[in-house]
Design a protein around this ligand. Sequence first.
Ligand code: 48N
Length: 320
Amino acid sequence: MAPPAATLPQPAAADEAIFFSKLSKTNGTSNGTHVDKNEYDVLENYEGKYRFAPIEEAQVSRAMIKRYFNTMYERAVSDVVIIGAGSAGLSCAYHLGKSRPDLKVTIIEAGVAPGGGAWLGGQLMTPMVVRKPADRFLTEIGVPFEDEGPFVVVKHAALFTSTVLSRVLAMPNVVLMNATAVEDLIVREDFAGRQRVAGVVTNWTLVALNHDTQSCMDPNVITAPVIITATGHDGPMGAFSAKRLVSMGLLKELGNMRGLDMNRAEPAIVNGTREVAPGLIMTGMELSEHDGSNRMGPTFGAMMASGVKAATEAIRIFES
Ligand code: 48N
């Protein structure tokens, strides 16, 4: 049974009153009017106590809603959409975001956690092998490695992925929308009568994976003159665009990824990175399903070099 209220430790009313009276001058109220942020600097050690500035729960909701939906509104028309934030998609976003800061680059990633298959090396082991000359990309983004001659080793794959992700997210022209799936492609007839990819059809991933549980959970759209697809060869939606090109008749059939051969696979992916359909550039392991090239297993240099090449292809389109 709870002790009578009188014996409960009473909050220091005077202390709280003084504390909040100080903040009332800064109008730290829920109506979101301007507050003098300097007043909060003293909070770390306010009379010997660590205090947080007061908050109304609705302020938190509004801080997220305002920003997220402003971004959705603003990026409904993007310059480039990258489907997939794996090693190829992120390397592409880095090169594109850095080379063309004027372009609105929007990354759509189905997973809650971006990074695709690049959080680990092979068979859940943590080191990441990158064959030269792709180590130059690691040097450019500032990822340390051990040099083993023909290849280098990053001590943990997550060091690469978290670094390239942080560089990309810091770019003002690049937006990442994770937990969001591309469910289809927007395809229009261009002036030459060709079927041209002109955007993506999106939905929350949890919706996209559960369409058979509810009817008519219709999607959203983002238009862009260039789409870069980097959806990998496996995973819940692997090789998404390659498969969709077949089902919409823009590709006769899938090439289907061939067995592992590192020496054939990596140059095939990099040199095969290209505009596979008007308006659609393909990069990374999705190409192995589109073209039927070999897989390389746990080496990631081709993903980085292919991503950079896809960015270069996109820039070529904008500059042609
Ligand atoms: O890491 P992945 O799967 O793909 P890549 O091409 O960036 O890197 C591939 C690489 O990790 C390997 O597979 C290595 C080299 N192994 C080769 C081998 O021989 O096995 O990233 C693809 C990303 C993932 O994060 C998916 O969640 C995402 O794309 N994704 C999508 N995002 C939005 N909408 C979709 N429809 C969609 N489909 C996949």
